[in-house]
Design a protein around this ligand. Sequence first.
Ligand code: PLP
Length: 395
Amino acid sequence: MVLSENMQKLVAGNSAIRKMFELGQELAAKVGKDNVYDFSLGNPASPVPEEVKEKAIAILNEKNPNYVHGYMANAGFPEVREKVAAYLNKKHGMSYDKNDIIMTVGAAGGLNDVLRALLNPGDEVLTFAPFFTEYRSYAGNFGGKLVIVPPDTEHFQLDIEKAWPLITEKTKALIINNPNNPSGSLYTKETIEKLGAMLEKKEKEVGHPIYVICDEPYRELVYDGAEVPYIPAIIRNAVFLYSFSKTISLPGERIGYLALSKDVDEYPDLIQALTIANRTLGYVNAPSLFQLIVGDCLDLEANLPFYDKNRKLLYKSLTDIGFTCVKPEGAFYMLVKAPDGDAAHFAAAAEKLNIIIVPCDGFGLPGYVRLAYCVAYDMIERSLPAFKKLYEETK
Ligand code: PLP
């Protein structure tokens, strides 16, 4: 076998989401695109804001091409980082400057930067189920182990009591994804404060910092006027990660940023390591043209009405049919309980009706499937008779 042992593990655990997405593509080729109801991937269907194209054209017309497309500091263009710092300071009352900001290759790039900077083989990273499946691979990239706090299936909040005994000397970091993929739940300020108090005690016990990695590509996608707490304003040892993939529909462009406050323990070493990780992981720097574009698009709002309309239709229709669903408060995913408790069996029955949904076993939540509703509204409408049939067949 030519593959490294580490890679063999990653290949064996290849993403269920990607598999379902590929299945949807195959099915569409067979039965026609309009007859497949693909809820597999978090690929936003809301149109990319017109401003993105306008800024791109202006930058390409007005700036020196060798500047736009050239190498720059590994952390990114200083003027873009300055704009990000000012934006976060205004929005969250922080005091970042450009040296605290690193432009990243999406949230995934940011997560890998942080884990590269922190992990020795055998180190542990804690996360709460349900969680984004790729965390396991990202920790595994550096020989780290993802330790999973069992899900709170009553409220889908962070179960801090269950987390307590799982944090040990080996724990380097904890990943919090708010609002959450796949549950759509939103962790409140009170919950984050409770988490912060617990971590402060644990840091004293283990004798080293435990960093909270705030993975927040969905933070602008919250409904009913709810607010997402800004974790670094509550927990000191926090690294904030943002991405433009979801909120302004740019997942293929691979653009985001990380922010690290100077108050964080071991800041000078950490910020330097994160910058070097950006380079040595082979990204070198985040995509240059899109750094400049997003630097001018920080105030753009997510298309909340688009997703909220889908959320309301899907939740109401599926609960009316008889399914048990978890009402999403944020992001664009909804959990549905498998009627017989077997998510793989339920997803296979759905597939026979051309509905593509993802079993949540890989998200640490057996017995549920995830529906990504960042799709066209009319696809949800067209899918409803198939969901009715699915309910009759599986109830
Ligand atoms: N984190 C979570 C929770 C996600 O759902 C995703 C993508 O689906 C990512 C990170 C990766 O996002 P990006 O495209 O910014 O790398």
